[in-house]
Design a protein around this ligand. Structure first.
Ligand code: MN
Length: 244
């Protein structure tokens, strides 16, 4: 049997992607990195470093599979969404209502998880709130304990999947809020907008292996691994950014 040229072309077109994938080499991967504007950041500690609050298996899956999938999806999307081609993050979050849904979900996930890894540190290594942050917390919530209680409540009562946040609002004051799914307070779709200085992931993938359905125990244990040094840095940057 003799195939018409069109049939041959169709066969080749179908076969090519599988062929390219199965013979991918390090060199091919390196050349495609030029078209990958987003990268999965490394964890700033070992996967077991936050135990017992967060177990190593959860940390590995959460970072590599969940955050990794969002980064891959963003890079795939960048082929068809020009706004993603230079790796922008915050300007796109601020205008996310005008972007395809994939940007809201995956860029939100990338920003949220990137922040989340940095605002945690091994127990005893996260320092303390700075004098400035502590004063703002007392002013905003009455006390550190009251802030933690309100934040924990926001995390516990977020229905389904989402995040709890401590944010600096446009007027420079602190507030606590929560967002559904992978939304965050930088998005124009957020109920309460501001710059996050602390965030907690309350998706089941963040705690279910160790805590099962008991989200409250995860939230309570998480305070032991908050990296106040990074929260201080983010607070200083957010308040400096709005100074004249
Ligand atoms: Mn997550």
């Amino acid at each position: 049997m003799r195939l018409a040229p069109l049939a041959i072309a169709l066969l080749l077109a179908t076969a090519t992607p599988a062929f390219a994938q199965s013979t991918a080499t390090p060199a091919a991967a390196a050349s495609s990195a030029a078209q990958a504007p987003y990268a999965l950041p490394s964890l700033p500690y070992a996967v077991e470093a936050l135990q017992p609050a967060i177990d190593a298996e959860t940390m590995t899956l959460h970072h590599q599979r969940h955050h990794g999938a969002a980064v891959k999806a963003l890079n795939d999307l960048s082929a068809t969404v020009p706004a993603l081609r230079d790796g922008a993050i915050e300007p796109l979050l601020a205008t996310v209502s005008t972007q395809p849904a994939g940007v809201r979900n995956n860029l939100g996930s990338h920003y949220n998880h990137s922040l989340f890894w940095t605002v945690m540190a091994p127990a005893g290594q996260g320092g303390e709130p700075s004098a400035e942050l502590a004063a703002a917390i007392t002013q905003g919530f009455g006390s550190m304990d009251a802030m933690k209680q309100q934040f924990s409540q926001a995390a516990a009562t977020r229905f389904g999947s989402g995040w709890a946040w401590l944010i600096v609002k446009a007027d420079g004051t602190l507030a606590i809020t929560s967002t559904p799914n992978q939304d965050n307070p930088l998005m124009d779709v957020a109920e309460l907008r501001g710059t996050p200085v602390l965030g907690l992931d309350v998706w089941e993938h963040a705690y279910y292996l160790k805590y099962r359905n008991v989200r409250g125990d995860y939230i309570a244990a998480w305070w032991d691994v908050v990296n106040w040094n990074e929260v201080n840095r983010r607070y200083a940057a957010a308040t400096a950014a709005r100074s004249p």
